[in-house]
Design a protein around this ligand. Structure first.
Ligand code: ZN
Length: 334
């Protein structure tokens, strides 16, 4: 496997419960995943790329200061400061020293309500977006734009997603179209693959959550696309089960939105030739777990895994995890 691990994230002291603070914010999944990466020092800043020898120097591409780390890019850079100066967070951030983004978010949460924390996170996301526009498209944005973008993102989420979620929870008893946590004692592994045809690449994403819906672990990686979408979906299940074996000791439910692969794994239909090896490998993995269920789930209930799979395509080679899972994962992929 061609997986690389980053250095130990500077914020690994945060407990899984603390990490859930990010996952429970009322903002789009992509913004949550962004913050999670930022907090684990997994953003491709100049400093991080330099450490991985992917860049010659670690200087900030925007202001030229030495060492662009996540905190600099999102908070202290000259451009970021111009953005923050227009917001209510100006004073909160003034005295803040270089630190990991989880600690920064916690400091905001101590002074302000959850909605403000969500806005803070959205602003970080919008600043990062603006930074990337500058680097990759040489577009200089007015600092008011990220503020507007963050506010609009929250507004859309509040107007569209929150009523949708409320309606979904009202209909839960007769409507299956939503992700559901596993029963008490179980963990649920959602897996998905995303294809990038032009580069013949697939992104694999998996996320593991417990019966409270709390986040347990997640991973993503890229793989070669071998002209078979079902194969990529099987690879995602394989990855999900590897991670589940490492982080969970109890019963497991695995969900994939590819019924073709699920049926082959369960022996409901014969495996096609290309998938034969990987399907039998997954079946062996299943035998090692005492209590395991393999289920098909509609795409609409598999959103988090789908987002991770799509992101894997951009991140290449990165595997992500949550604090305490790290040693197991290192063992698993070494
Ligand atoms: Zn800078």
């Amino acid at each position: 496997m061609s997986l690389k691990f980053k250095d130990q994230p500077s914020s690994s002291t945060a407990s899984p419960t603390e990490w859930n603070a990010i996952w429970k914010l009322e903002i789009p999944e992509k913004v949550k995943v962004f913050m999670w990466r930022a907090a684990q020092d997994l953003l491709p800043t100049a400093g991080n790329l330099w450490k991985r020898k992917a860049l010659h120097d670690p200087w900030c591409p925007r202001c030229g200061k030495k060492g662009e780390n996540v905190f600099h890019a999102l908070i202290k850079c000259k451009f970021s400061q111009k953005v923050w100066n227009q917001t209510k967070f100006k004073e909160d951030l003034e005295g803040m020293e270089n630190q990991d983004m989880f600690t920064a978010m916690k400091a905001i949460a101590e002074k302000r309500n959850t909605r403000d924390v969500a806005l803070f996170v959205s602003l970080c996301w919008a600043i990062w977006h603006s930074r990337n526009l500058f680097i990759f498209e040489r577009r200089k944005e007015d600092p008011r734009l990220p503020v507007a973008r963050a506010e609009a993102t929250m507004e859309v989420y509040r107007k569209v997603k929150v009523p949708q979620m409320q309606a979904e929870s009202r209909q839960k008893s007769n409507n299956e179209q939503t992700w559901k946590p596993p029963p008490e004692g179980y963990v649920k592994v959602n897996t998905d693959a995303a294809i990038y045809m032009e580069e013949q690449k697939v992104g694999l994403g998996i996320i593991i959550r417990d019966s409270k819906g709390d986040f347990v672990a997640a991973a993503m990686k890229t793989s070669k696309f071998i002209d078979n979408i079902a194969y990529a979906e099987a690879e995602a299940i394989h990855l999900g089960m590897n991670v589940a074996e490492a982080v969970a000791s109890g019963p497991v439910i695995v969900e994939s939105d590819c019924s073709e692969v699920v049926n082959q794994i369960l022996g409901r239909t014969g495996s096609n030739l290309e998938l034969l090896w990987i399907i039998s490998d997954i079946q062996k993995q299943m035998q090692r777990v005492k209590d395991i269920k393999m289920l098909f789930t509609p795409r609409i209930c598999n959103g988090a895994a789908h987002d991770l799979a799509k992101m894997a395509l951009k991140v290449n080679d990165y595997v992500q995890w949550v604090g305490t899972c790290l040693p197991h994962l290192l063992y698993l992929f070494s």
